[in-house]
Ligand binder design. Structure first.
Ligand SMILES: NC(=O)C1=CN([C@@H]2O[C@H](COP(=O)(O)OP(=O)(O)OC[C@H]3O[C@@H](n4cnc5c(N)ncnc54)[C@H](OP(=O)(O)O)[C@@H]3O)[C@@H](O)[C@H]2O)C=CC1
Ligand SMILES: O=C(O)C1=NCCCC1
Length: 344
């Protein structure tokens, strides 16, 4: 059994949301933006998405303080085509922009069987699974992409061009919560490299290079002038390129290499784009069996073949345990929250 850490405590999920809402409001977010971001950040912590939960709070706050992002922005939703919703986040956070475009998007998916939402001029600093899972909970299949800041070297290249560009997918299944995967297209998320650097840990080989372009396991060297590699060599590099096109070129957002926050010291949230494709799976039903039952068959086959852990299983298990027992907070996390003006 793990020994309890002195000074650590657990707080109920709703209490954590309330506390984070206060921090976001204190640092310039409107009440509605603060509520959305607080729920998002607490949900990542609830799901044990360590690199995109509470760890991100100082970055949110320093970004808001720097004036780089508008915490009170009012997104503009445009109905641009039968299957296309475009949202200009007006230099605000992505999640409120998604919330603003959501009803129109769902209406289009119900009408057409498929629709896309492309959000531009937006800041995403969070776990992408949280953007797709709610669609699957409503019976849709969703595929989301974000580009970020240039820290990833294209396969065989010498300079960083791509962001860590995550992709997340969610699908309903018959006998359980939606099956979800959520992954950076870099060999490691930038957040995880930052956590390793903070804890003075090396990263595994194959994750990044130093400022001379030489392979290194030194997290600080990767962050300080070095770069990350794409996952899976040329294949991951191609997917990262696709995400740049889907998130930036398709909607008039910045490519990752165009993010320039140098005039805003403290800024950490890249101003880029997010694109989500949502499908009503029942429109394309093959007739073999209802869609969710077919997904269940596939999962059963994977398990039969020996896959014990499905993508998303770890997050679901953490969620169940933390909703029951409270969200565990280390003494360092408590100190950080208090330093940002939060009251637990
Ligand atoms: N906002 C942004 O711009 C960015 C955000 N991010 C976020 O960083 C987070 C971390 O990404 P990343 O480090 O690449 O994710 P991981 O490599 O930890 O996990 C990727 C996916 O694989 C699953 N998985 C992991 N290990 C196994 C296993 N052994 N067997 C089966 N499935 C497995 C995970 O499920 P499970 O989750 O259950 O472990 C997850 O769905 C993501 O939430 C991502 O959205 C990353 C880049 C940029
Ligand atoms: O972990 C990452 O990689 C990123 N997370 C938030 C936004 C920038 C990249």
């Amino acid at each position: 059994m793990k020994k309890p850490v002195p000074g650590a405590r657990r707080v109920p999920f709703d209490r954590l949301i309330e506390c984070l809402t206060g921090i976001f409001e204190r640092h310039g977010c409107s009440a509605s933006v603060a509520a959305i971001l607080a729920e998002n950040c607490a949900s990542a912590e609830r799901d044990a998405a360590e690199s995109h939960g509470l760890f991100r709070m100082p970055g949110y706050v320093s970004t808001l303080r720097s004036g780089w992002v508008d915490g009170r922005a009012l997104p503009v939703v445009e109905d641009v085509a039968p299957g296309f919703v475009r949202v200009d986040a007006q230099n605000g956070f992505t999640q409120p922009a998604l919330a603003a475009g959501r009803a129109l998007l769902i209406e289009k998916v119900r009408t057409n069987g498929i629709a896309i939402i492309a959000i531009r001029n937006s800041h995403h600093f969070a776990a992408l699974s949280l953007d797709v899972e709610p669609f699957a909970s409503e019976g849709f299949v969703a595929l989301a992409f974000i580009n970020s800041m240039a820290v990833v070297v294209p396969h065989g290249a010498k300079a960083a061009v791509f962001g860590t560009n995550p992709i997340a997918f969610a699908s309903p299944r018959a006998d359980g919560p939606p099956v979800v995967f959520d992954m950076a297209t870099s060999a490691m998320a930038h957040g995880d490299v930052s956590l390793a650097a903070r804890e003075n840990r090396p990263v595994p080989p194959g994750i990044g290079v130093d400022s001379a372009g030489q392979p290194t396991t030194d997290a600080a060297a990767i962050l300080g002038g070095g770069a990350l590699l794409p996952f899976g060599g040329h294949k991951g590099s191609a997917i990262a390129m696709m995400i740049e096109i889907l998130c930036a070129a398709i909607v008039g957002s910045r490519f990752s290499y165009e993010v320039d926050w140098s005039s805003h010291p403290g800024a950490k949230t890249p101003n880029t784009g997010e694109t989500i494709i949502v499908i009503d799976p029942n429109r394309g039903n093959s007739g073999l069996a209802p869609f969710a039952a077919r997904v269940e068959e596939l999962i059963g086959e994977m398990q039969e073949a020996g896959q014990e852990r499905l993508p998303g299983d770890r997050r679901q298990a953490a969620r169940r345990e933390r909703l029951r027992e409270g969200i565990p907070l280390s003494p360092a996390a408590i100190a950080m929250i208090e330093e940002l003006g939060g009251h637990l």
